[in-house]
Design a protein around this ligand. Structure first.
Ligand code: NAP
Length: 261
């Protein structure tokens, strides 16, 4: 892909950060979006001169409007919607405000930014919405998260079809469990590292064959973008692709019984 401009949400950690690093290394100019400004600044410094950052809370309408306005003021060639947060536990025992905040972040913000981007997009531009393999599997204990990801996958697939004749590529990126490599130990003389916003996920309970690194997920997405894949959905890793296939074919009751173990 010709290096151009990209805006990445959730850019300070995990898959979003891996997108930022990979694209910047390939010569793209990136705008980094997340809430924590210090972590964004540290990443922008690591990436080198010319990149931008925008601190915004995408779980509130004001934050969504701020980033949408940025996309209209400075259109980019690639939007990566990666910001997301899991909402764990039995739904009836959870705080409904947390569930609603997760939905505003995972669904409302994504729709708002997709619209701001696509209304100015031109042939050759691309939109990547980070969904999950759990978007194919209603998951007890992650009811709001898996339902939100089902929305993201279906929304992205429909947009893929709408945008195809216009030459704008839309992708539902559906990673399985994604575990960051441990950060290298800092040099004794380096300044204290900025602590992570949330502890890194290890996915020790997930079968190892399903777990990928953020870098592997991003490379699979960029390869598919490069060749303008004829499929709307990208599932990184063969085992994850089989998981999604099985989830789509198994009777719902059997699937729910399996996932609630
Ligand atoms: N990790 C996995 O196993 C996995 C698997 C499948 C799909 N996914 C999906 O992949 C995406 C990235 O996940 P990840 O695990 O790589 O991310 P992560 O390491 O948990 O990082 C989340 C990113 O989103 C930002 N963020 C969180 N809340 C935000 C808010 N209210 N407003 C703006 N930014 C916010 C965080 O920065 P701040 O906290 O500073 O805002 C951070 O940059 C998500 O959509 C996730 O659902 C993850």
């Amino acid at each position: 892909m010709t290096p151009r401009t990209a805006l990445i949400t959730g850019a300070s950690s995990g898959i979003g950060r891996a997108f930022a690093r990979e694209l910047a290394a390939a010569g793209w100019t990136v705008t980094l979006v997340a809430r924590g400004e210090d972590r964004l600044r540290a990443l922008a410094e690591e990436l080198g001169p010319g990149h931008r950052l925008l601190a915004a809370d995408l779980s509130i309408p004001e934050g969504q409007a701020l980033v949408a306005a940025e996309l209209r003021r400075r259109p980019v060639n690639l939007l990566v919607n990666s910001a997301g947060a899991a909402h764990h536990g039995p739904f009836a025992e959870s705080d409904p405000l947390d569930a609603l905040a997760a939905t505003r972040l995972g669904c409302d913000a994504l729709v708002t930014l997709a619209h701001a981007f696509l209304s100015g997009a031109r042939r050759g531009d691309a939109l990547v919405n980070v969904s999950s393999t759990l978007g194919s599997t209603p998951t007890p204990g992650l009811a709001v998260y898996s339902a939100g990801k089902a929305f993201v996958t279906a929304f992205s697939e429909a947009l893929w079809h709408e945008q195809r004749p216009l030459g704008v590529h839309v992708m539902a990126l559906c990673p399985g469990p994604t575990a960051a490599e441990p950060e290298p130990e800092p040099e004794p003389t380096s300044p204290a590292p900025i602590p992570p916003a949330s502890p890194p996920r290890r996915h020790q309970d997930a079968p190892a064959a399903l777990v990928r690194s953020p870098e592997a997920v991003v490379r699979a997405a960029l390869r598919a973008l490069e060749r303008r894949s004829t499929r709307p959905t990208v599932v990184p890793g063969r085992a994850n692709a089989l998981f999604v296939l099985a989830a789509r074919t198994l009777p719902r009751r059997a699937l729910l019984a399996l996932l609630s173990r």
